[in-house]
Write a protein that binds this ligand. Sequence first.
Ligand SMILES: *Cc1c(COP(=O)(O)O)cnc(C)c1O
Length: 570
Amino acid sequence: MKDWRHFTETSRIAYFSMEIGLMTEIPTYSGGLGVLAGDTIRSAADLKLPFVAVTLISRKGYFLQTFNDDGWQQESAVDWTPEDLLELLPIKTLVTIENRDVKVQAWLYRVKSPTGGEVPVLFLDTDIQGNQPEDRQITDYLYGGDKAYRLKQEIVLGIGGARLLQVLGFRVRKFHLNEGHASLLTLVLLNHPHLSVEGSLEEGYSQHIRSVQEKCVFTTHTPVESGHDRFSYDLVSQVMGDVVPVDLLKKLGGEDEFNMTLLALNLSHFVNGVAKKHGEVSQAMFPGFEIHSITNGIHPFTWASPYLIHLYDKYLPGWANEPELLVRVDLIPDNEIQDAHAGAKAYLFQWIKETTGAKLDLDVLTIGFARRATAYKRANMIFTDRDRLLKIGDGKLQLVFGGKAHPNDEYGKQMIQEIFQQEEFFGDKLKIVYLPNYNMDVASRLIPGVDIWLNNPLRPLEASGTSGMKAALNGVPNFSVLDGWWIEGHIEGVTGWSIGPPPTETNTEVNHSDDDVQDLYKKLEETIIPLYYNNRQEWTKVLKNAIGKNAYYFNTHAMMRRYVTEAYLR
Ligand SMILES: *Cc1c(COP(=O)(O)O)cnc(C)c1O
């Protein structure tokens, strides 16, 4: 294996993300943001892009989810041993936290593609001898702790990450900030030694600001104000100190509060949302900035089930590095694609039986729903009118759920518990399973094995959503509220089905709950269930269209080509 130093020979795009989901064994992610980061890196490797990724090591992971007898979520630390999977790099750097020097080191993982491409991923770590005990814990818990803990993590990620790249000898042509958590890296760039300050503060820095902007690309993921990280200036001065003069900090990060999103917006030449609609919503939220949109994707080879990989290899060779070829899905005979899906379904049901004891019926239409359990995703919405659901679905439906609630999210936990409690009401007439500990492994089994993928977020809060793209790739049609990527992927009755009103009626103040619920029941009863049971040929057409009209486009290969041409090369 080549020494890591060869990575420093090429000038690279440095991709910073608080969480990165590369594989189940490296549990340094919580949900869609981290999985997107992992998929981005894998596509960058496939496409041989000069990339380096930077994240935190999260030694205790996010958390391991189990349930007590009442269906209440229990959390425990995920114990994993970075030493077994990663390679320690020999050079350290320092950051200042609460006036103490804190040492930061990095562990390397190499993402290798069959094309020969390779992307180094650096996991930052403060668990180093010589650091104070509390500083050794900064890189333990992903999204754990209080505001001060979060700020310390962001100092390690942004400032520590940028400095470590420098001392390791990496040359960076662009910094890509995947969400605002890494914004503090811009302060390192502002202070870069060969940019000397002359004249007044503002004159001196205005030159710097322009050169920092030219280096930075910022992707925002959060369509609500409250989703952006903010810190009081008291906390900032206590924890971070004066990395740049406080007047300048306030000019760039906000007068009253230090807003990480605002800092990133002010110091990036290219800013984008993660779907067309989200670009518009972000533009309305940040009127002074030009916001572009590049719709998210998924890494095709990672998310295709082995059954589908086999078929795609046979009929569409080369599809994994050229997913556009999926547009020719009609080359695959109907019976073969039906068999592949039946294989993925049987594989899932066998696994569910082994892990939970639940026995599902292979002949019954199965709805899947799994994602972070947080209020706006409305996991329990389908149970709004239980009698109606039972009448529609008696003997004709099964539901499989999954998803973790953040440890402090009581409402998210209640939502999960409510789903557990439904099992009693519906019994064997409509089986319901909640899979524990949703992660990449569970997702890769669950999504390809269900028949439709349900998604009913409160609009316009689903910035993009990516699990629906994983479904489409596996011939599982989406049944979803028109929000995020589905606005771009949906053709009614052709690629799947919508729930509720068209996106043009979207308005942050309006909650379409009742319309959504009524439409969900109506479409299940009148369209989806009859089609599934009475017209398998037409059903197979929808299944194929999900592949040929959604998956060929909504993937990280297409997404990366857009980042290169629209953001990195500008
Ligand atoms: C894809 C994925 C997500 C994202 O799901 P959304 O429906 O887009 O929220 C979250 N968690 C895991 C483990 C995933 O694989």
